[in-house]
Design a protein around this ligand. Structure first.
Ligand code: MIG
Length: 678
């Protein structure tokens, strides 16, 4: 059951697809105050667990931290950070002693909203925002038919926000990326190097250097003289190119996207009616006002320039939007610094001096300097960007998603975004942004998967190996051994860091061994992925969602249940030869060895130590469940479903329902595309 409460005049964010009748009053046991902004308080007892918040720092259990939803371009994902790139305002309050009293809340509010989950007061959830215009959804479990309350809550929420975006099958292949590939020769070298080492590969990303002077929808002719020919050629080899698109449009006379935008008033404006100017990659840019339908249509149609060159996938970046500086902010800072030129900088003024420069990027002042034209209540109104900040990346990706659906009629297109808000999950996936080559970030990415799934983001994944900082062979192998399970499996790294393509390291056979396991699992993974999207279920679940009576599972954050069949337990400690795994029930241990053979063995419930060499993958299959695999192959084009064999509890009575389609056509048929395997 879902109750909807409204306070003030909520902004119509488009997060929700179902009409819910407004209830009066407020949810039981909750304190709400709208006198001075919005505040929500409720008590939690010491055993209560709080799930949700999608893309964020911290654990699967969100307790004891302070989080803020405010899409942020901040590459330093340290433990105390409150905001990452996504704004996912959904929490589940779980009482393990009385799961029937579990409930969840979705705060549909497009501005900055903070979640103090027992941070200020150990026994209190305190959620607050500057404005009191908010739609609050309360989700209570439907308890008939002995439903699992947690899974049922997620199911209801996901129905409320609509079906998740579905990526093409090839997007489940391994993807190589790096900020720094500049030319056709660079990209060809990536393809050839993987080929030479016989490591499977499906796609290569084009980062900003493929563009002419960082202008969206242009191609630098010196670097990529014939992108169409190049892309067609690579496709015959099973490789697809995935270009990046940035939010800011370069200000440059003669550049059609800029000129059309100016002519038609498609860009965000300042209060005085001038187009807002922000400095990003290309220097000064304007931001398309994606809140306007006609702007979404116009910008989204531009992707056709690249699909006409054979492109079938995109990633949308810098759409928080990231702002290096604004034209106005820059002059203010320069003025302030000039004034300090002659002062004797002391303890206070020196730090002010430094802060002036340091705080110039992504500043709240800049977000307050520009406006969107939005349709609210069927009326067009100007809205300050700051108040709806979290909707920008969402609407950029909605623009691409909607138009690509018509450009590539009937075909699935790969699309993933950096910034997001709940609702965007219907149009594209996400990657988790600029993480670092740290072991703690591998652990963090594991914890984020179920939280993202709760919020509708199923096609997602991290920069494998870490984006910032220098990676190393061991970290990359361990990260890949986790990444083989995530829908988006992309190795990506930052300019200036150590090269981290698999072929850069010793004994490339080890990388081949791990990545081949991915390809062997793709039919299963794609099937589970589509089922999660269509059936509103979690592809990745915390153990506690499944083994509801086992209190140990409440604390396990480095093992996940994948689908209904598999328990994964990635190794995420440096120099570890294996790890301790907790089995809540008897299971079958599956070991993919480096030579391609598979060992299976029954294991009793309890704690066990598993040895996991760097070139092996170990996971568990639940009793009474089976998992299909196929033969290894070099890319998804050569996946051969006729080689299916079964792992796990195969005894003729257990079966697996495999969803299988052509991986391209948008139509989903959950009856005729299901094959029962036993
Ligand atoms: O400010 O396009 O998160 O994946 O490589 C950096 C360059 C801009 C940020 C993205 C990252 C990408 C990089 N971009």
């Amino acid at each position: 059951m879902i109750n909807k409460y409204e306070f003030g005049i909520p902004f119509e964010t488009d997060a929700v697809v179902k009409q819910i009748k407004k209830s009066s009053g407020i949810p039981k046991g909750v304190q709400i105050n709208c006198d001075n902004g919005f505040s929500f308080k409720c008590k939690i007892d010491s055993d209560t667990i709080v799930y949700g918040l999608g893309q964020s720092i911290g654990g699967i259990n969100k307790r004891n931290h302070l989080y803020s939803s405010f899409c942020s371009d901040d590459p330093s994902h340290t433990e105390e950070k409150q905001s990452l790139y996504g704004a996912h305002n959904f929490i589940i309050i779980h009482n393990p002693n009385d799961s029937k009293s579990d409930r969840a809340f979705f705060f549909d509010y497009p501005g900055k909203i903070s979640f103090d989950i027992g941070y200020s007061k150990i026994d209190e959830i305190y959620i607050y925002a500057e404005r009191s215009d908010i739609a609050l959804y309360e989700i209570l479990p439907e308890l008939e038919e002995n439903k699992n309350p947690l899974i049922n809550i997620v199911y209801q929420f996901r129905k409320l926000i609509g079906q998740s975006y579905i990526a093409p099958l090839w997007a489940f292949g391994f993807m190589q990326s790096r900020w720094g590939y500049k030319t056709e020769a660079d990209i060809r070298n990536v393809y050839e190097s993987y080929k030479k080492e016989n490591i499977p590969l499906d796609s290569i990303c084009l980062d900003i250097d493929y563009m002419k002077d960082f202008k969206d929808f242009t191609v630098d002719k010196d670097r990529f003289p014939e992108l169409k020919k190049f892309s067609d050629d690579l496709k015959t080899k099973g490789i697809r190119l995935v270009p990046i698109i940035d939010a800011g449009v370069k200000i440059e006379d003669g550049y059609d996207v800029y000129e059309e935008g100016v002519e038609n008033n498609y860009f965000c404006k300042k209060q005085n009616g001038e187009n807002f100017v922000a400095g990003v990659w290309p220097g000064k840019t304007h931001f398309p006002d994606f809140m306007q339908k006609q702007v979404r249509h116009w910008f989204g149609q531009k992707y056709k320039i690249l699909t006409d060159m054979g492109i079938e996938g995109f990633w949308n970046d810098m759409n928080e939007p990231a702002i290096f500086y604004s034209e106005d902010g820059l002059s203010e800072v320069v003025e302030a610094l000039k004034k300090m030129d002659t002062t004797n900088l002391d303890i206070n003024s020196f730090f002010q001096f430094k802060d002036n420069v340091y705080k110039i990027s992504n500043s709240i002042d800049d977000y307050k300097r520009f406006y969107h034209q939005c349709v609210q209540n069927n009326k067009s109104v100007a809205v300050n960007h700051y108040d709806i900040h979290n909707l920008y990346g969402f609407n950029m990706t909605k623009s691409a998603g909607e138009e690509l659906a018509s450009i590539r009629k009937g075909k699935r297109t790969l699309l993933f975004s950096r910034a997001s808000y709940i609702g965007m999950h219907r149009y594209g996936g996400i990657w988790t942004g600029d993480n670092a080559s740290w072991w703690s970030h591998l652990a963090l990415e594991i914890k984020m998967m179920p939280s993202l799934n709760m919020c509708g983001f199923i096609y997602s994944g991290a920069d494998i190996g870490g984006f910032g900082c220098n990676s190393n062979r061991e970290l990359l192998l361990r990260w890949l051994a986790f990444g083989i399970f995530t829908p988006l499996m992309r190795n990506h790294s930052a300019l200036g860091t150590r090269n981290q393509e698999c072929y850069q390291f010793e004994n490339t056979k080890d990388f081949k061994a791990i990545i081949e396991v991915r390809y062997r699992l793709i039919p299963y993974l794609y099937s589970e992925y589509i089922k999660s999207c269509v059936n509103s279920t979690l592809m990745f679940k915390p153990l506690s969602f499944v083994f509801t009576e086992d209190s140990r599972c409440l604390e396990i954050e480095d093992q996940l249940i994948l689908g209904d069949e598999v328990m994964i337990c990635p190794v995420c400690n440096e120099n570890a030869k294996g790890r301790i795994v907790y089995l809540p029930e008897d299971m079958i241990q599956v070991r993919f060895k480096a030579d391609g053979t598979i060992e299976q063995q029954e294991v009793k419930k309890g704690d066990i130590y598993i040895n996991v060499p760097l070139n092996e993958v170990v996971f568990f299959i639940r009793k009474n469940h089976i998992v299909p695999i196929v033969n290894a192959c070099e890319n998804t084009d050569s996946l051969d479903y006729s080689t299916i064999s079964l792992l796990g509890d195969v005894n003729g009575t257990n079966s697996y329902l495999l969803y299988k389609d052509d991986g391209v056509t948008t139509e989903i048929d959950m009856t005729s595309n299901i094959v029962e395997l036993k």
